[in-house]
Design a binder for this molecule. Structure first.
Ligand code: KIV
Length: 265
């Protein structure tokens, strides 16, 4: 496999080849993800919960994201690296430029991710105009968990579904080059994936997205808390971490993960 770029991912979407994505926070896991053929690695602010043991992703600092991105970059061979911009580090467009600059220059990220729809359009525009590729994130926004009142499926009624689709199209128009949809009914995620040119990666968003992402600790059953419905433990039935990661890539590529047991209707 040669270097994965945003052009590679657009091509994969055009050809109907599913994109396999997982989170990683260090060099050793990254090497295993690369062996398994993962195309995109997300240095998610989920590290606040699975590494730091925080209650939510909110306390994660830019400095911590830079540190973990640098660790992942050292283990990376071909995958595209996306780093999360932490809570309150991109509220103003100028601040977002500073955060993204650090993640790319000091961390080695190839793309940055931010959460939100209409309110983020100006920031997405500014970042992309400055040569910074952006992955947007709609549906359940973990950085807004206290506003949302918990980790719940989003876009379940007609009005919120329509708004999410409009936000997705506007983010693409503003320059976003990838979109993550989290905890969204499968039928809505399918419609959004079809409407967009950029790749749409689902987590709890059904099988018809252009690719899938999970938190690596969740899909290995390491996370001590009860896993959400959309998580499958790939270590069960596989004899090593490497085999579990390879099984995940195989199921994503075949379109057999997620099945209806791991999706919302
Ligand atoms: O932080 C993270 O790991 C994420 C995924 C849940 C998509 O944003």
């Amino acid at each position: 496999m040669s270097y994965v770029t945003t052009a590679t991912l657009i091509q994969m979407k055009k050809q109907g080849e599913k994109i396999a994505v997982l989170t990683s926070y260090d060099a050793s896991f990254t090497a295993l993800l690369e062996n398994a053929g993962i195309e995109v690695i997300l240095i998610g602010d989920s590290l606040g919960m699975v590494i730091q043991g925080q209650e939510s992703t909110l306390p994660v600092a830019v400095e911590e994201m830079v540190y973990h991105t640098r660790c992942v970059a050292r283990g990376r061979r071909n995958a595209l690296l996306i780093a999360d911009m932490p809570f309150m580090s991109y509220s103003l467009a100028n601040q977002a430029l500073g955060t993204a600059g650090r993640l790319m220059k000091d961390g080695g990220a190839h793309m940055v991710k931010l959460e939100g729809g209409a309110t983020q359009l100006e920031t997405v525009r500014q970042l992309t105009e400055n040569g910074i590729p952006v992955c947007a994130h709609l549906g359940l926004l973990p950085q807004s968990v206290y506003k949302l009142g918990g980790y719940r499926v989003q876009g379940g009624d007609e009005a919120s579904a329509m708004l999410m689709k409009e936000d997705a199209l506007a983010l693409e128009q503003a320059g976003a080059q990838m979109l993550i949809l989290e905890c969204v009914p499968a039928s809505l995620a399918a419609k959004i994936s079809k409407a967009l040119v950029i790749p749409v990666i689902g987590i709890g968003a059904g099988p018809d997205c252009d690719g899938q992402v999970l938190v690596v600790y969740d899909m290995l059953g390491i996370t001590p808390k009860k896993a959400p419905k959309f998580v499958k433990n790939f270590l069960q039935g596989n004899k090593s971490v490497q085999d579990a990661l390879t099984a995940y890539v195989k199921e994503v590529k075949a379109g057999s993960f997620p099945d209806s047991d791991h999706s919302f209707q």
